[in-house]
Write a protein of this length. Structure first.
Length: 123
């Protein structure tokens, strides 16, 4: 019984990893408490220039964008520029992995944590 449950949970893990709560102005987010995390829709759909706002409104609540989550822009080969707001403090694992057209990322002083693999494969 435990083995079947474990296999079922492992099979669902990729689905959960790409889940998001909302798409607002072309950017995908997950929400926790009063904070928002930029995330992926799982299809590598970001292209061109992306400007992340300091906050977003969702279901009547205002959420402060505080992080860019795991693989948020992973494999977005058409992404050329990302502007990160002062509200963001963390850039997660493999965020820009494989973004081969990325020429500009504006990172504010508020960012205190950048994963070592955040920019892997950008050049």
């Amino acid at each position: 019984m435990k083995r079947n449950l474990l296999f079922t949970l492992m099979a669902l893990l990729p689905i959960v990893a790409n889940a998001y709560n909302a798409k607002i102005d072309g950017i995908y987010y997950n929400f926790s408490g009063e904070n928002a995390t930029v995330t992926s829709d799982g299809t590598n759909s970001y292209t061109g220039e992306v400007v992340i706002p300091e906050s977003v409104i969702y279901n009547g609540g205002v959420y402060r964008v505080t992080s860019i989550g795991y693989r948020a822009f992973y494999g977005c080969s058409g992404l050329t520029s990302v502007t990160i707001p002062n509200s963001v403090t963390e850039i997660g694992d493999m965020v820009f992995n494989g973004c081969s057209s990325l020429t500009s990322v504006t990172i504010p002083e508020s960012v205190t944590s950048i994963s070592g693999s955040a920019f892997y494969g950008c050049i």
